[in-house]
Design a binder for this molecule. Structure first.
Ligand code: IMP
Length: 449
């Protein structure tokens, strides 16, 4: 059957964040992208910030999948994303200036545009919320998704011609101006001036706009290896996260299907990226947050400052209540543990195995934010290790104490560790032998894109 629903076995891998974002997905995805034919993002926008270290080069990516750094990789910004055209052209210009070939980038025509007025509305809304603010990245993400749902968004397909873009903008701008003027006291935008601001983006991005689902179907049916790149993390998911202190998209593995317009049967593996400790930026409850010396040590050693906003991240110990929850919600088939090297030199390392809440010990992540706020972690303490592990490349060569900590993560999460990262560089990666991930890496071929 040609190109039909019963074609070939899929070989796709979804990589998602299993905490509150900033788990080190950029590094893991960059490592795996070299083994994929297609790297696709399915949600979020430039609220994401991936730092990828490649030799002496440090790349900070916001929209563009990390796959752009690997030759011959097709990169898709899927329909589930909100794309800021003004920011995206800057990002591309920066990559091109540094010699990166960006010709493999495509944008789904069904992705929504994150416009200048969304950014203003995001900032103004946070100001109005005062002490109850979400602590957003201020990039306009919430208002852009809100407009999509309210059916007054502008889709990327409108970037294929200046006249059609201006026409759609003219339908939408009067209402946006009313919000800006009447609620937020901003003067608003003049149609032609605003449309002109987008002309360079239309010229540059218009030719990249495509039917993302069709493209993915062709690649999947052709047996290509696809990597779906998640942004943010499970606890920031609009449904499953710590609502309302969440982002405005579906960050979980299942969203890879709807966010790129493919069927879920194509997803064969789900890798959850999890840091060896926990961090969070923005507001909202965080049971293992440590306001003392341990939290400070983790922040300093782990360089825990936001890629997008530069904000210091809140830090604390590894929380296996969260990792179990993430395993269930995402159907994780493997764990990628990052920043294990940051724990080197600590006298002992802690792991939350349950929460104590209202006099009871609970092992499941509570739905109610009120309940979560009252939860305190029940820790198991493990001996630390002094060795510098940043040069270790085989699990067997890790200190016994580090291996014990990884074993405890597996036992408490119920998912096998398949990858361990011991430093920011691509080479500082350990792949577990005979893991599903190793099989994925070795499978198929990267050719004839
Ligand atoms: P927004 O996505 O900008 O609306 O922000 C909503 C919440 O998600 C805030 O707590 C942000 O700090 C958080 N957030 C958004 N993107 C990221 C990310 O890439 N890493 C970590 N936190 C994020």
């Amino acid at each position: 059957m040609m190109g039909g629903v019963l074609m070939g076995k899929s070989n796709s891998l979804v990589v998602i964040g299993a905490q509150w974002g900033d788990e080190g997905k950029g590094k893991v995805i960059d490592y795996l992208a070299g083994k994929a034919d297609v790297v696709a993002r399915f949600q979020g926008g430039n609220n994401a910030g991936h730092t990828v270290v490649y030799g002496a080069n440090i790349f900070k990516l916001h929209h563009v999948p990390s796959g752009i750094l690997s030759r011959e990789t097709l990169c898709l910004l899927g329909n589930g994303m909100v794309v800021d055209p003004l920011v995206l052209i800057e990002e591309l210009a920066e990559l091109e200036k540094r010699g990166i070939d960006t010709s493999g980038l495509r944008i789904s025509g069904k992705a929504h545009l994150n416009m200048l007025y969304h950014r203003l509305l995001d900032e103004a809304n946070e100001k109005l919320l005062g002490e109850k603010k979400i602590g957003t990245t201020g990039r306009g993400i919430g208002p852009a998704y809100a407009d999509k749902i309210m059916r007054r968004g502008i889709r990327a397909v409108e970037l294929t011609g200046f006249a059609r873009f201006r026409e759609r903008l003219s339908e939408i701008l009067p209402l946006q101006n009313r919000f800006l003027q009447e609620i937020y006291g901003h003067e608003g935008f003049e149609l032609d001036e605003l449309a002109e601001l987008y002309r360079p983006a239309i010229d540059k991005l218009g030719p990249l706009v495509t039917d993302g689902s069709q493209l993915m179907a062709e690649k999947l049916d052709g047996g290509k290896k696809v990597l779906f790149e998640g942004a943010q993390g499970t606890l920031l998911d609009i449904d499953h996260g710590t609502y309302p202190y969440v982002t405005s998209s579906s960050t979980v593995a299942a969203a890879a299907a709807s966010g790129c317009g493919i069927g879920p049967r194509h997803i064969s593996q789900v890798l959850g990226v999890i840091k060896a400790y926990t961090t969070r930026v923005g507001e909202g409850p965080f049971p293992t947050e440590d306001h003392g010396e341990a939290g400070e040590q983790l922040r300093t050693r782990g360089h825990e400052f936001g890629t997008t906003t530069g904000r210091p991240r809140r830090c604390g110990w590894f929380d296996s209540v969260i990792s179990r929850y993430a395993a269930t919600i995402n159907g994780l088939t493997g764990l990628a543990v990052t920043k294990l090297d940051v724990l080197s030199g600590m006298d002992s390392v802690n792991m939350a195995v349950a929460y104590r809440c209202r006099g009871k010990e609970i092992r499941n992540f509570p739905i109610s934010l009120e309940e979560l706020k009252e939860c305190t972690p029940v820790y198991e303490s493990f001996p630390g290790w002094d060795e510098d592990i940043s040069r270790v490349r085989r699990v067997e060569d890790l200190p016994a104490a580090a291996r014990r900590f990884l074993d405890a993560m597996e036992e408490n999460t119920g998912v096998n560790v398949e990858l361990v990262s011991v430093g920011p560089d691509r080479s500082q990666t350990i792949i577990y032998r005979s893991s599903n991930l190793e099989t994925w890496i070795a499978s198929g071929s990267k050719k004839n894109n």
